[in-house]
Every structure is written in C-alpha cells, then in structure tokens.
Design a protein. Structure first.
Length: 327
C-alpha cells in the first residue's frame, strides 16, 4: 500500500497519511450489493480477466460520481476504492468461476491476507494465510506495481487522454494486459512448463522448436522490449520462488524445469545474440502456484498488482493542463 501511495501521490506517506489511506481502503473494500447480480450473469466458465474488466467498468456506475475524481479528496477516495475493489472483484470472479459463494473482505486483515481470505475461505471455514504466503504475495504485487510505458499502461494513458474516467481507463488497461505477449505470458509459461513435464518434450526439444521459426512457438517468459541484459524482477522472483518453496516444504517439478530451460536458453546463440533473458513472468507463476492460485487467475494477479501504476498514469495524464488527446 505504501508503494501504491508512492506511485500515485509521488511521495511516501507519513504515519497519518498512511493510516488515513489504509482506512479509505478498508471502508471501500466491499462491493455494492447490486454488483452481485452482474457476477450471476457470467457463465461459470467465463475467463476471470473478462469478468475483471467488465466489473471495473460497471463499478463506475456504483462508485463515486465522475465529477469527484478530479478534486483531490475525491480522487484519493476513487484511487483507494479501485485498489481495494479490484482485489475484491478478482476474488469474487474466482468464486463465481468455481461456483462458491462470494466471501466478504475482513477489516482486520492486511491487503494481501485479505485477498487470500476472499479467495480461499468458505462460509463454514476461514482460511488463514501463512506469513510466508502473505509476504510472497505482497512482494509479487510490489514487483508488478508499475513499469513505465508498457502496452497496458500506454492503453490507460491513451484512454485517459480523451478525458475518460479512471474506471473506464483502467478497465481498458486490463484488456490490454490480457494478451499473451504481455500479462497473459504468466499463464502461458506454466502451460509451457506443464507440457514439458508431461513428457511431450524435453527442454532441449522445446528450445529447438522455438528456434524453428516455422513452428511459431516462443519461449514464453523470455524477452523484453526494454531489458536487453536481464530483467531485475526475474532475478528477485527466482530467488523468492526458491525460498518460498523451501519454507513451505514444497517440491515443484516445474521450478526445476524452469531452471533447466533458462540454462539451456542462455547457453544458446539464438537467445544470446537476440539478448533474450527471463522476464518478470518466467518465475512468477511458480510463486502463485505455491500459494494455491489457479493458473487462469495468474493474469488477474498481475492486474491487481498493476492497478496502482495504472492509477498513477491516469492521474499524470489528467493533471497535465497541456494534455492533448492521443491519436
Ligand atoms: N522466444 C523466441 N524468440 C523471441 C522471443 C521469445 N520469447 N522474444 C523475442 N524473440 C525474437 C523475435 O522473434 C525477434 O527475432 P528476429 O530478430 O529474428 O525476428 C527478436 O527476438 C527480437 O524480438 P522482438 O519481437 O523484436 O522483441 P519485442 O521487443 O518486439 O517483443 C516481447 C518483446 C516481450 C513481446 C517478446 O520478447 C515476446 O514475445 N516474449 C514472450 C512473451 C512474454 O514473455 N511476454 C512478457 C513480457 S514481460 C512482462 C509484460 O510486459 O507483461
């Protein structure tokens, strides 16, 4: 939450600001009762990203009136509301996907713990996240919080430049993030590792397939428009995955396959000459799996993390008195 405040308001909060923003988040965690009807309208196999983008758009009709977004207090509340409710919607989309009742947020839990509670509690049993799980999720969210003018952030800025409201702009960002070349890559990485684990091919076979340009296959979780040496987030996540699995006494064969695949690729001239390295999506799925997040929620997790960044960019565009419409 402090990272979110730093991004959005430009400086770290003092104690009073931090307490005030936390309480705004808490007060704005629950969805308007009528939003439950929207969830009921989705087929049970709806992709959680489609639910998330539609519900963030719908939220605008239930939340603050649009004219309040541009005054400082109104914006503060809208930002807190969106950060809190994106998490609530994400967990509710999972619950409606698996056919379980939606769980309300608890006011005594921190941001990451509350998400895990809304994902995994059931009406007859509360889920208590371990400190390791809550810490890992918090770190995942911080690492995804912002990353300059990537595809979804550029989309948010584009939509904001027309004067569109915060929720409309962020909902557009969610849709841009969905693609497999962007946030959708974290799902694809796990699917790729699973295919290798199930014996369809070895890591070397997979790399050979990627190099055969006719196959159209890519090494998912590799390459980045900006990072041509390495992606620092991937290094942090690789170490964190190791530590988390150790602490939770989990052996995940996908982590071993990921490590081997990285080694094979980094020793291959195809990847070396194109300066392709693991990116943020290569190891993040291993962490999410260990916490128990299902694969089709992975890109939603990225969206929760990126929401503060999108809000900060919306504010930057909207606050600029010389802003002109993008085209
Ligand atoms: N596997 C195989 N070849 C690749 C890959 C890859 N993952 N990434 C790039 N290349 C090749 C590409 O085909 C091109 O080869 P050539 O010069 O012979 O035509 C060369 O490397 C340069 O790539 P590019 O397509 O010009 O690079 P880009 O900056 O346009 O694309 C990218 C960046 C991230 C979309 C791309 O690397 C990619 O598709 N990676 C896989 C998907 C992925 O992991 N996405 C997550 C990105 S990081 C987090 C995020 O933004 O969401």
């Amino acid at each position: 939450i402090e990272t979110a405040e730093l991004l959005i308001f430009g400086e770290l909060p003092d104690e009073e600001e931090r307490a005030e923003f936390r309480s705004l988040l808490t007060e704005n965690s629950a969805l308007h009762q009528d939003m439950g009807k929207h969830f009921d309208g989705f087929p049970t196999n709806a992709h959680p990203m489609s639910i998330l983008s539609a519900m963030i758009s719908a939220l605008q009709s239930h939340d603050l009136p649009e004219h309040q977004f541009t005054d400082a207090n109104g914006f503060r509340e809208a930002a807190a509301s969106l950060i809190a409710k994106t998490r609530t919607i994400a967990a509710a989309s999972y619950k409606s996907h698996v056919g379980q009742p939606i769980i309300y947020p608890r006011y005594d839990l921190n941001y990451a713990e509350n998400f895990l509670h809304m994902m995994f509690s059931v009406p007859y049993r509360d889920y208590e996240a371990t400190p390791e799980e809550a810490h890992a999720l918090n770190m995942f969210l911080v690492l995804h919080a912002d990353h300059e003018q990537n595809c979804s952030t550029s989309t948010v800025r584009m939509v904001a430049s027309s004067g569109a409201n915060l929720y409309a702009s962020v909902s557009a960002g969610v849709n841009a993030l969905w693609g497999p070349l962007h946030g959708g890559a974290n799902m694809q990485v796990i699917e790729m590792l699973e295919r290798i684990r199930q014996g369809a091919m070895t890591t070397r076979d997979y790399v050979a397939r990627v190099k055969d340009r006719k196959s159209g296959a890519k090494l998912m979780g590799f390459g980045h428009r900006v990072y041509r040496n390495f992606d620092p987030r991937a290094r942090i996540l690789k170490d964190a995955a190791d530590r988390l699995l150790d602490a939770m006494h989990i052996t995940d064969p996908l982590l071993d396959i990921a490590r081997e695949l990285e080694q094979v690729a980094l020793a291959d001239d195809y990847f070396v000459s194109r300066r392709l390295y693991p990116n943020v999506d290569f190891y993040s799925g291993i962490i999410l799996r260990a916490i128990g997040i299902p694969v089709d929620m992975f890109t939603v997790m990225f969206a929760i993390g990126r929401t503060p960044g999108w809000i900060a960019h919306w504010k930057e565009v909207t606050d600029n008195p010389r802003q002109r419409i993008y085209r």
